[in-house]
Design a protein around this ligand. Sequence first.
Ligand SMILES: [Zn+2]
Length: 170
Amino acid sequence: MEPVYIDLHIHTSKNPDQLDTAYDVATLHEKVRACAMGSPYLIPLTDHNIINKVAYLHAASLFPHLLIGAESHVRNYRDEPPYHCHIFFRSPVDADTIDALNVVLDALYPRKRVCASDQIPSIEEIAKHFDAYEFVHPGTRPWPDLRCRLKRHLKNVRLTFNAIRYIFNS
Ligand SMILES: [Zn+2]
C-alpha cells in the first residue's frame, strides 16, 4: 500500500474578503513535496467561504493531484455558534468551474469573514445550493465537551478520507 501525503487545511489569504492573488504557490509546492518524501501528495486550498481562483489555477500547473474546495462556516441553529466545515468538490480545477462555484459561495456568504451576528447557512442550505455538483461536506453539530469534539473531528476526518478515496477511485 502506497502512502499519500494529504493536507486538507491550507489558507492562501489572511483576509478572505481580500484574497491574496500573489500567494506563493511555488513555495507551497516545494514544501508539500518535501513533506511527502517521494510519495504522491494531495491538497486543496481551503480559504473561508471562497475559492482563490488565481492561486488555484497556478496550483493546477504544479500539483498533479489537487482537490477543489473551501472552508465553510455553518450554523444549523440560530442560538448556537457557527462552526467550520470543509467542502470538497469532484470538479475539474479550471477557471469556469471556480467562477461558477464562487457565484454560489457569494450567494451563501456575501461577506467571507463572518462574525457571530452574520446570517450563516445551515448544512442543508449549503447542500441545496450545490445540488448541481458532486461534493462532500462532512459536517456535524458541534458538541459541548472536548472529548465529543475530538470524536466529531475524527469522524469528519474519516468521512473526508472515504470521500477522497471515492473521488480518486472512480
Ligand atoms: Zn481554517
